[in-house]
Design a protein around this ligand. Sequence first.
Ligand SMILES: Nc1ncnc2c1ncn2[C@@H]1O[C@H](COP(=O)(O)OP(=O)(O)OP(=O)(O)O)[C@@H](O)[C@H]1O
Length: 704
Amino acid sequence: MEGTGEKQGHGAGDEQHYRASIEQYGSGLRRSDAGKDQQEQVPGVQLMEPVPPEKQLRVTFNAISIFAPTLGLGGKGGSRGLFAGLASRRSGDVPAKKPAFRQVLFDITGSCQPGEVLALLGPSGGGKTSLLSHIGGRTQRAMRKQGEVLFDGQQLTKAAKRHVGFVMQDDLLYASLTVWETLYYAALLRLPRTMTAQQKRERVAKVITALGLDKCKDTIIGDFFRRGISGGERKRVSVGHELLINPSVLLLDEPTSGLDSTTAMHLVHSLRQLASGGRVVITTIHQPSSRLYQLLDKLLLLSEGHAMYYGRADKAADWFYQLGYSMPFGINTADFILDLASADVSTKKLSGDECRRHLIACSEKFLAANPDGMQGGDDLHEAQFGSQLWTAAVSRKDLGSAREPLPEDQHQLSEASSSGVDPDDIEAALPKTAPATFGSNGDKGSYRWGATYNQQVHILFARAVKTRRFETLSKQDFCQYITIGVLAGLFWLQKGQTANIVNAKNTIGILFFELLFTSLRQMLGSIFTFPAEYKMMLKERASGMYRLSAFYLARTASDLPMTCAVPSIFVIIIYFMAGLRLSAAAFFRELGRVTLSMMLVGGFYVNDIPAWIGWLKYLSFIYFGYVATLKIEFGGRTFYDCGGLNLSNPESRPSQCHPVDLQAALKLPANPNTWHWDVLALIGWLILVRVLVYVALRRKTARL
Ligand SMILES: Nc1ncnc2c1ncn2[C@@H]1O[C@H](COP(=O)(O)OP(=O)(O)OP(=O)(O)O)[C@@H](O)[C@H]1O
């Protein structure tokens, strides 16, 4: 966008034109002062009961800086990249061990009062999500942080986090649950145990009505494979998930992304109403329409991690106008300031990037003296701009010369933008004393968890069964297992019936096929479902919905019927079609073995492996499953070698058929007549793998 007007070049006509623009696009729909907003009610349905004054919270964030890790290995030598350490080792340098960090947020300060909607605006990569996540106590562990976030002057505790609603950018919801089920299970887990089940149901119904989800409440959420509710409805369900707890603070990351402007407008209107009920609403927004912009109280404009504007949303255009960047006719305020933040606006003398640096320098100087940001008012030009901004922030000879960035500002910015930040410097700067924590006293007497431990396991089990309803009971799964079972049964039809060595070889084939098919299919299924489920668990744990062990117990218990039901059909078909050992004990043992194998994943099978790596087979659950199934099928039976003849009754020809040692004849990995140590090994494996996964999850979610 070349050459937007400059203040000094404007005549009276331009001024009028500018005013008209402002009226139309920004300040025209000025909101009342922030303090009055608390009393102000946006017309329409009152979404939730207001937050009582004693529970209202003011959120402040002071001098927030965030450093993200980069792949470079850092160090004084400055060598970067994955192989830098290796290269330096070879060349005799001391290898750099610390990861490098890149600063993604620079001293960001701001606050939001109950009743206000604060929007974090900026181009992609500007740092909106990083800041919002930090405010909500959800910054990734790998990031380094400075500065403090306070809720009514106190730090956020784990318990208090349960009163903060956080709507993530991605709608993480279980695809197989209906809207009602999604919110109902969340209510059971999140709402205080002092509420009855009926009251929790009423809360769910209220949220559903408030967000206009009544007509789709019995529709599944859906995913790529199974169509469910629309994108806008999904977003509203995500918001509803957080509204259930009637939060004092609602944080939303890109709630309008992917929505059409009308739906986005309705959603932000709902947020505005929620704020009017005494809540703090902080939201990131990518590209608000002009109508949507009018609903915002405060704005924090981020450009490459720097605050380019902070203050009343309706004063943003005034601010930039005063700095010499007026909004061209017909441009929406949000688009205009986003162009500025994206360095997409240049002047006759300055390139887009220089304009951006200039604006950041002005803003940072102004905010250093006015941490509450631009409040506007009648004295906007004279008092604030005249005395502070023009003299202090842009201490130039005149506005014309202000087109060049100040040398000191340039220095500051280039330094800040550089990627190599020593982690030691960051650590040294971290605050040594922690302020009081919100929720440590305030929450006294209230329970940390919404449901008791037993209730959590029970609710999570019921939900896990429902979330896998399609996975397990889908027609495709049934058809696939039955078709492949019948085909395999036809290939090996009644091969297991006769006790001769030829058929024994065939039987080994079907046993191994059965073992591999069921195990690998299960493993592939888990590979596809685990990432989504893991993310869901992280999100819910961050909201304090349940204990990790309760989740894990419920998930393990639900695995049993869900994972084994359909594969068992496959095993039954094969068992009888292939004529495997006809005894009830053998049949049920085989089913039990399948169950154990199903609950493990991974492994391999090798025959005739060299002795020196022979022990590797003990790392494979497939090996133990294979040995177990061989023992079940062949243990205690006598097999005959009839000189290559496939006789149906070898015992009737003692001269031609002689009993054989099956293990030696077929090179079986174990003697089928020994006791079932393999089953013990399978059980041991099962426990070990589950415990290891639990420990890994525990470590990964330690901070939640
Ligand atoms: N875990 C991480 N590791 C490394 N860099 C990160 C990490 N998280 C964020 N960043 C970097 O921090 C910067 C800010 O990212 P952030 O997601 O906060 O931006 P954003 O304004 O929310 O962008 P968008 O609108 O595209 O979501 C980006 O340059 C990003 O690459």
